[in-house]
Design a protein around this ligand. Structure first.
Ligand SMILES: *[C@@H]1O[C@H](CO)[C@@H](O)[C@H](O)[C@H]1NC(C)=O
Ligand SMILES: *[C@@H]1O[C@H](CO)[C@@H](O)[C@H](O)[C@H]1NC(C)=O
Ligand SMILES: *[C@@H]1O[C@H](CO)[C@@H](O)[C@H](O)[C@H]1NC(C)=O
Ligand SMILES: *[C@@H]1O[C@H](CO)[C@@H](O)[C@H](O)[C@H]1NC(C)=O
Ligand SMILES: *[C@@H]1O[C@H](CO)[C@@H](O)[C@H](O)[C@H]1NC(C)=O
Ligand SMILES: *[C@@H]1O[C@H](CO)[C@@H](O)[C@H](O)[C@H]1NC(C)=O
Length: 707
């Protein structure tokens, strides 16, 4: 890498012209690879557009081409907003692409919004090696009437990478080590060499540094140095060698062959050495710079559980008590939270805090994220990443109660008897998790607030959307109005035969082909071998709380006692099942209930004519506007905070104030401070806004927030 001693960057702004190929972009800084965004389409259903649901309405989108379906009856759009049953073209094809300092921004302009302003959609493309295949952009905020900001995490926004096996066996002891839990796939470790204006080391572990905005290192660099004025980068070594053990049995990782060493005549190239120290309780820690910049050997020290041998970690975790778990469903199993399955803990990360959460049971101990509160059976845990805080880990409660449905019809799961409450020595911390009904697959909790010795979280899920009456649409589709879910059951149309212990044989043909295929005299989806008709469709019920779809059949042929045959088929989504076969759950003389584990009902969520009104259904509207108002208010506050940060950083004299400004938000917001302060460093904010003074002068496209 001697040639690349310094990479000098000027403001590179590439406005790719309006060609069909604006999605194929040669990377303009290193010039060694090309971005290809053409794969970012609806991979599951290539004939449809990508669909995003918003708080109010939805969006159809294509990044690199026109929409497959017209928008408001017209062609020529790439982004279409649907709100109150009306469609608006908010992004015309093609987009303009801005590449500046490694930030990739797609800008779409749409129809007139108001006065002289047209709709604008800005999509930031963010590298994430772990998002392969299907991906969708996410909303950053939708508070401005005419401008929408999205971020799209995808491997398509990544450059080439260099990786290295991160495991090691100590031949003397036979112990195994694995540093791979420290590898980052969407961001880098940043290690300042001094104060804010000092150079920063940008680092990754056994993987080259993620090439992105504000981290423009070479593709092979495991570490590089960012100059304070930000437009110079220097390689501190390549990812090439696996970790090794030194004489003191410490694990070390070396990145060699960095830029040419200028300070030390005995050394040709700069290198970096990271020493890992086993610390069982050190989770999500950062490496520290020790010394060596003058000698061209940058020495870093990292206290981390990943520096411990796997055998040692296993030993420690083996002592975790086995805790009993509570029943994870509300009364009468109305909402079964047990259906939120987890093989690891849910993690909520803010700037200085990590929350670990599990559902109705203790946190699962992962070999590399061992915390005291994973030993003691806590179901929620808060870890402060700020090492200056004395007690950096607190339990937010134990799973002692089943979830309840409170007077507001909210499903609440409560963990109690955690660590001491700082505001009231007589009380212990607890956490409340509420589960609002939401049509989303990305189920994970969000931290809302801290009050009354209680951490309040919100977890949007389909499980609390209740039981919704749906319709049967011939020939073989079921549909409901609340979440606009629609299932095509055509794959189940063959005749399934089931023998019962009582000797009856049932023929089931959901799409009602029994008439042709079995016997002319039974015209029903369910018949028995005596040609008894088990009814016609009476109800289709989407029971989200139990994750079951039921079809009930009544008014069949005459049975004993003047009654008629009835039956029911329950579909239970099971991804691993394939089509599956129906099983008899129980039968009586005049009725039968079948259970059908199948993957066909797992893909019921996208409906063609998406009316998301709740007309005709027996439940409240999905999205309670009040809870969203809170989110929006939060977002507005963060934007206000960002703009003030931006203004302050324009003026170097005021930069020092920034910390106290942040504190201002702290004291106002009380426990909510994490949310507001962290925004200054979130990826989104960093990408949206340069809050660096040197960059503020060149705000050519920083009209991003010109509200
Ligand atoms: C971009 O990706 C598409 C889909 O994988 C592929 O067909 C096309 O050849 C690629 N184009 C370039 C220039 O790499
Ligand atoms: C803005 O919207 C108007 C009306 O929809 C349209 O005629 C015009 O071309 C748009 N401007 C741009 C720059 O797309
Ligand atoms: C790393 O090397 C070890 C030992 O050679 C091997 O068992 C392991 O599968 C490798 N891991 C990866 C991710 O290649
Ligand atoms: C694991 O625990 C056993 C028993 O306490 C001890 O003998 C052994 O040395 C431990 N192994 C490691 C790797 O710490
Ligand atoms: C937490 O939940 C309990 C039980 O539903 C309720 O009494 C309490 O007010 C809730 N606390 C907060 C801060 O929401
Ligand atoms: C269901 O399973 C079948 C067979 O394993 C598979 O071909 C199909 O893609 C699956 N469908 C869904 C929606 O997962």
């Amino acid at each position: 890498m001697e040639l690349n001693n310094f990479v000098y960057l000027s403001m590179i702004i590439v406005a790719v012209s309006a060609s069909n190929n604006y999605c194929i972009i040669p990377e303009p800084i290193l010039k060694v690879f090309t971005y290809n965004f053409t794969t970012l389409t609806n991979l599951k259903e290539p004939t449809r557009d990508i669909n995003l649901s918003l708080n109010r309405g939805s969006i159809r989108l294509q990044l690199c081409r026109e929409l497959k379906e017209k928008c408001n009856g017209k062609d020529g759009y790439s982004i279409c907003l649907k709100k109150d049953k009306k469609e608006i073209g908010i992004g015309k094809f093609p987009a303009k692409v801005d590449m500046k300092d490694g930030r990739i921004l797609f800008v779409f302009t749409g129809d007139n919004c108001k006065n002289d302003t047209n709709y604008t959609v800005k999509i930031i493309m963010k590298c994430d090696y772990e998002v392969q295949g299907d991906s969708k952009p996410q909303l950053i905020h939708e508070t401005f009437e005419c401008t929408l900001f999205l971020i799209w995490r995808t491997v398509a926004a990544c450059g080439r990478r260099t990786t290295q096996n991160c495991t090691l066996t100590d031949k003397a002891t036979g112990f195994h080590y694995d540093l791979s839990p420290l590898t980052k796939y969407a961001e880098n470790y940043l290690i300042p060499l001094g104060n804010k204006t000092a150079p920063k080391i940008i680092l990754n572990v056994c993987h080259s540094v993620i090439f992105e905005y504000d981290a423009l290192c070479q593709m092979t660099d495991g570490a590089c140095l960012q100059d304070p004025n930000k437009n110079r980068y220097k390689s501190l070594g390549d990812v090439r060698k696996p970790p090794y053990l030194d004489n003191n049995r410490n694990i070390k990782l070396e990145y060699e062959d960095g830029a040419v060493c200028k300070n030390n005549k005995n050394v040709i190239n700069i290198k970096t050495t990271i020493t890992f120290m086993c610390d069982f309780n050190a989770v999500n820690t950062n490496p520290e710079y020790i010394s060596g910049s003058e000698e061209c050997n940058y020495q870093l020290l990292w206290r981390t559980a990943a520096g411990c041998s796997i055998e040692y970690l296993k030993n420690r975790t083996a002592s975790i008590p086995k805790q009993s778990t509570v029943k994870c469903a509300t009364q009468n199993d109305e909402v079964n939270l047990g259906l939120i399955k987890s093989t690891s803990n849910y993690v909520i990360k803010t700037d200085k805090t990590m929350f670990y959460i599990n559902v109705c049971r203790p946190l699962i101990s992962n070999l590399h994220t061992n915390l005291k509160c994973m030993f003691d059976g806590s179901a929620a845990c808060k870890v402060s990443l700020d090492t200056s805080v004395a007690e950096n880990e607190i339990s937010l409660g134990f799973p002692k109660e089943s979830p309840i449905i409170n007077d507001n019809r909210e499903t609440v799961l409560r963990y109690t008897d955690g660590s001491n409450c700082p505001e009231n020595i007589e009380r212990l911390l607890s956490s409340n998790i509420t589960f609002p009904c939401y049509d989303s697959d990305e189920d994970s909790p969000e931290f809302k607030r801290y009050e009354d010795c209680t951490y309040v979280f919100e977890w949007k899920t389909r499980l609390t959307c209740g039981a919704v009456i749906g319709n049967w649409i011939a020939p073989c589709i079921i549909k409901e109005q609340l979440l606009s879910h629609e299932c095509d059951l055509t794959l189940l149309q063959k005749v399934f035969r089931i023998k019962s212990k009582q000797g009856k044989e049932y023929a089931i043909s959901i799409c009602n082909s029994n008439k042709e295929l079995t016997s002319k005299s039974c015209n029903s989806a369910i018949c028995d071998d005596n040609n008894n008709n088990y009814g016609s469709i009476a109800n289709v019920i989407f029971d989200y709380g139990r994750d079951v779809i039921k079809i009930q059949y009544t008014n069949g042929g005459k049975c004993a006692d003047e009654s008629s045959y009835t039956s029911e088929v329950r579909f239970i989504c099971t991804k691993s099942m394939g089509i599956g076969t129906p099983k008899l759950l129980w039968e009586s003389e005049c009725s039968a209930v079948f259970e059908w584990y199948t993957n066909v009902t797992c893909s019921c969520n996208r409906s063609t004519s998406g009316s998301s009104n709740s007309q005709g259904s027996n439940v409240a509207p999905i999205i309670s506007s009040s809870s969203h108002a809170g989110t929006i208010a939060g977002i507005i506050l963060t934007i206000v905070a960002l703009i003030s940060a931006f203004i302050y950083f324009r003026n170097p004299d005021k930069r020092a104030c920034f910390k106290s400004c942040c504190n201002l938000f702290n004291s106002r917001r009380g426990s909510g401070r994490v949310q507001y302060c962290r925004v200054n460093t979130t990826e989104e904010a960093r990408l949206l806004l340069d809050i660096d003074p040197t960059q503020c002068q060149t705000d050519s496209d920083d009209d991003l927030l010109n509200a």
